[in-house]
Write a protein that binds this ligand. Structure first.
Ligand SMILES: *[C@@H]1O[C@H](CO)[C@@H](O)[C@H](O)[C@H]1NC(C)=O
Ligand SMILES: *[C@@H]1O[C@H](CO)[C@@H](O)[C@H](O)[C@H]1NC(C)=O
Ligand SMILES: *[C@@H]1O[C@H](CO)[C@@H](O)[C@H](O)[C@H]1NC(C)=O
Ligand SMILES: *[C@@H]1O[C@H](CO)[C@@H](O)[C@H](O)[C@H]1NC(C)=O
Ligand SMILES: *[C@@H]1O[C@H](CO)[C@@H](O)[C@H](O)[C@H]1NC(C)=O
Length: 245
């Protein structure tokens, strides 16, 4: 076996205010052993690897599934992740035969969360952990909420802290420029999704994205309607009765 997979549970017990979960260290390898892990929202799952791999979060479990976000590609990478919602998150390395032959796949089942569903506790992360992408469906609402620190939400084109901004949101308000600076330390911004697509959000306060990892991808899918009727015309043409014979 070229590598081994270690799930090590660090019992980090802090008597401090912040709820600190466990850390799971996972060696990400194409050694034929898919990863299947159960955690809670406050936990950190740290993937790390030495030889060349990539950590692609996928829509669905398996090789070659659509990629939602790539959390790192190359050699000698440490990629800690956190999860904001309960559910199953799936990952693969699709380099060469790493997935197909090496079974380099992961399923992370996320159980209890202290935050309400679809609510991001939008905070500067001192543990370097990136938010795993959220998979939502049409009609769902996502809320970024913060109760300490000065934050905002900027929708950006790509899951990259230097990517061009599409729009800035303060405390529930859209701003047309990047000069907004949150005036106080509480706020929230919500988005309700009505169509399928992918969105990337960051906090625009300097260093909060690049160092504090305040960057989140949301993958929205809509249920496909089977045999949807064609769009209705404004006024249907007059009906004609056809007599046979
Ligand atoms: C997990 O890896 C980090 C280094 O990235 C290390 O500091 C920590 O001790 C490891 N935790 C366990 C439980 O092995
Ligand atoms: C998740 O948290 C619940 C309590 O909130 C606990 O019972 C359960 O064991 C935890 N699961 C893991 C995998 O840590
Ligand atoms: C976060 O990343 C920085 C830069 O790579 C590193 O110096 C620091 O030790 C990391 N912090 C934690 C908690 O892993
Ligand atoms: C930025 O946009 C906000 C709202 O759209 C506006 O109130 C503010 O005056 C603008 N600031 C500048 C410097 O243009
Ligand atoms: C944001 O809005 C909430 C609710 O309206 C309010 O309580 C809070 O003070 C506001 N924060 C800022 C920074 O304006």
């Amino acid at each position: 076996m070229r590598a081994f997979i270690a799930f090590v549970l660090a019992l980090a017990v802090f008597a401090a205010v912040q709820v600190q979960g466990a850390q799971y260290n996972v060696t990400w390898a194409d050694d034929g052993s898919p990863i299947d892990l159960s955690v809670n929202c406050s936990d950190v799952v740290q993937f790390s690897w030495l030889p060349r791999h990539e950590l692609e979060q996928s829509r669905g479990y398996g090789c070659g599934k659509p990629t939602i976000r790539n959390f790192g590609e190359g050699v000698n990478i440490v990629a800690p992740l956190v999860f904001a919602n309960p559910g199953t998150y799936t990952f693969a390395c699709n380099i060469e035969d790493h997935c197909t032959v090496g079974k380099q796949l992961a399923k992370v089942h996320v159980g209890a969360c202290s935050t309400p569903k679809n609510t991001i506790n939008w905070a500067y992360r001192r543990d370097n952990a990136s938010y795993a992408a959220l998979q939502l469906t049409c009609g769902e609402t996502l809320t970024f909420s913060w109760t300490s620190g000065r934050h905002d939400v900027a929708e950006v084109e790509k899951p990259d802290c230097t990517s061009p901004t599409i729009a800035y949101y303060g405390n529930g308000t859209r701003f047309d420029n990047g000069t907004y600076f949150p005036p106080a330390s509480t706020g929230s911004v919500s988005f309700t999704y009505t169509k399928a697509g992918r969105h990337h959000y960051k906090c625009d306060v300097p260093s909060h994205c690049s160092v504090g990892r305040m960057l989140l991808t949301v993958d929205v899918t809509c249920p496909t309607k089977s045999a949807s009727p064609p769009p209705r015309r404004r006024s249907p043409p007059p009906r004609k009765w056809v007599h046979w014979g």
